[in-house]
Design a protein around this ligand. Structure first.
Ligand SMILES: [Ca+2]
Length: 577
């Protein structure tokens, strides 16, 4: 009998309404309500007795919106006063379904953290997404603000917890980087043990974007503590990716001082169309998807799109070609040293999400919001460089920071540490941004703890991600493979998603169930050879000539989904090879 099966033995079974569909694997369609040793409302600071943990509330919530009846517990760990005199804590919530499947999901979130996103357990952290949230599958889920409250006007504008004011405080930096997860993981397991009377049989961590970064950092630092990790579009080397942000601005300013005007939607549609003309067929079928992204970079040449005469919708100006070529080569210093990574051309570059990240325009109703032009600038200034630089926080100041970022003098500050005077006060920063933000083995990945524990990690990454280059994940996977003597696929696999932007959207099959895949791998030893992707129900960027029922296999890098004959809308007509 499986471990989950043992958990269920001898108790009445009920079906959960949210368990409609399922991939193959052990994801339970039925989980049990069994007697709890303690009532939800009795989970208090006193009854839990965890050092430095205070519980603010605990109460049962009814089943609603496809989510099961749960015990919702809110609390905080490590309350303290920061070096800036402000109150800090690791605020968290847990949702403990009354019918539990024996598993723990540590949900890690996007943006700059700073808010307790509901602990629903969507592996993409796009709540109410078309998939099955972990909570609805019976997982106990934890979510946190990672140690700072990001509620300031800039955050409110973005709704992403984007504030960076915490960055003067060294402990808040560490909590955001890695220490919050290290602190809260064991607390989550202890609360589970108290409520259910037994420890979780299996533990997972999942997130996208900054949440993907959290998962990759934890896979290195805490790879022995979770059975499986899901890292989507991971910003695992985020300080370097943020330097790209300044590099993009300075590149696109060569076209127009207002970077929002540097590339029109029709310019980007042209680039995507031409990339498809060159690359779509490389995988065996012209279906609007570039599955062989690596080969594409050898046959697509942006310079071929240069206008012979006047600029029209059918060509790019010389300045546009030069600027985008420069941007896609990645940031360099005056010695020619690469400061991040290069970028692939792909069929999804036409979409709104790409424009949002690259030229700060494209997602209604934010198109005309001046704050959008500066997203990420506050993070680079305050969090990812040391000492922290605090701009005035208005769009002009933030844009000026990016425009004047010096790739010789400022870029090395992502590696700086020591004692600096900040706001008139000496503060010791023992760790650089590179150290607290990234996996300790980021440049030479081995994942030793994870591998030796028999644990697994799945990465996925949209090839048309506009904020974190797909190539960063591909290069990481290649290095891990080289470091692992050909064995990396036994514990880590990367799945490229053609056409997809940052965590979702774009002309892509951007709906896939990584949670079932990691469970099946970690618990049953079934390594994912192909993961079936469909079109997200509310994806409005899918071309009209695609079937809405299209399916595609996502393949473990460096394999490519190649057409082998049959219905071009169906996954079974493709092989990963
Ligand atoms: Ca194709």
């Amino acid at each position: 009998m499986s471990r989950t099966g043992r958990l269920l033995a001898g108790v009445a079974m009920i079906a959960l309404t949210a368990q409609a569909s399922s991939a193959a694997g052990p994801s339970p369609d039925e989980v049990a309500v069994k007697a709890k040793p303690i009532a939800c409302a009795e989970l208090t600071s006193e009854t839990l007795g965890l050092a430095n943990v205070t519980i603010a509330s605990s109460s049962e919530t009814p089943a609603e919106n496809g989510l099961p009846a749960s015990c919702l517990i809110k609390g905080a760990a490590n309350r303290r006063t920061g070096i800036d005199g402000k109150p800090y804590a690791l605020a968290f919530e847990m949702r403990l379904p009354l019918a539990w499947n024996g598993r723990f999901l540590h949900q890690v979130n996007g943006g700059n953290d700073g808010e307790v996103v509901p602990a629903i357990g969507d592996p993409k952290n796009l709540n109410a997404y078309g998939g099955k949230p972990a909570l609805a599958r019976g997982f106990a889920v934890l979510s946190s603000d990672e140690g700072h409250n990001g509620a300031d006007p800039v955050n409110a504008a973005f709704g992403l917890g984007a504030g960076a004011a915490f960055a003067a405080d060294p402990q808040a930096r560490d909590d955001y980087g890695y220490a919050g997860d290290e602190t809260l993981g064991p607390i989550g397991k202890a609360i589970i043990a108290k409520f259910y009377g037994e420890k979780p049989a299996r533990s997972y961590m999942a997130g996208c974007s900054n949440g993907g970064r959290h998962a990759m950092v934890a896979a290195t630092r805490m790879g022995d503590q979770y059975d499986g990790f899901i890292a989507g579009d991971p910003g695992f080397n985020l300080p370097r990716a943020a330097i790209q942000h300044a590099w993009d601005v300075q590149s696109f300013e060569m076209i127009d001082p207002d970077v929002k005007k540097s590339f029109s939607p029709s310019d980007m549609a042209l680039i995507a169309r031409k990339a498809l003309e060159a690359c779509d067929k490389l995988d065996g079928v012209e279906d609007g998807l570039v599955a062989d992204i690596k080969a594409c970079q050898k046959v697509f040449h942006l310079a071929d799109l240069t206008c012979a005469g006047d600029k029209t919708d059918q060509c790019l100006s010389k300045a546009q070609v030069e600027a985008l070529t420069r941007a896609f080569q990645g940031p360099h210093n005056s010695k020619g040293e690469q400061l991040y990574v290069d970028w692939p051309f792909d069929g999804g570059m036409s979409s709104a999400n790409w424009r949002f990240w690259k030229v700060f325009s494209g997602i209604p109703p934010w198109n005309n919001n001046p704050l959008i032009a500066t997203m990420g600038a506050a993070s680079l200034a305050a969090i990812f460089t040391t000492p922290p630089t605090f701009t005035k926080g208005d769009p002009d100041s933030l844009m000026a920071y990016l425009s004047h970022f010096d790739f010789d003098k400022d870029a090395p500050k992502i590696y700086a540490k020591g004692t600096f005077t900040v706001n008139g006060k000496p503060i010791e920063y023992k760790e650089s941004a590179w150290e607290f933000m990234t996996p300790p083995d980021a440049d030479d990945p081995k994942l030793t703890k994870l591998k030796e524990s028999g644990h697994k990690i799945i990465l996925y990454h949209g090839q048309s991600d506009g904020v974190f280059s797909f190539n960063a994940s591909a290069n990481w996977m290649d290095k891990l493979a080289a470091n692992s003597g050909g064995d990396a696929g036994s514990f880590a696999r990367l799945f490229a998603v053609p056409g997809m932007n940052h965590c979702a959207s774009g002309p892509a099959t951007d709906n896939f169930d990584m949670l079932s895949a990691i469970i099946d791998w970690a618990e049953n030893g079934a390594a994912p050879e192909r993961i079936i992707a469909t079109i997200r129900a509310d994806n409005k960027e899918v071309p009209a000539d695609w079937s809405r029922e299209r399916t595609r296999p996502l393949c473990p890098w460096p394999k490519v989904a190649r057409y082998v004959g049959g219905d071009t809308e169906k996954a079974e007509s493709f092989e990963c090879r």
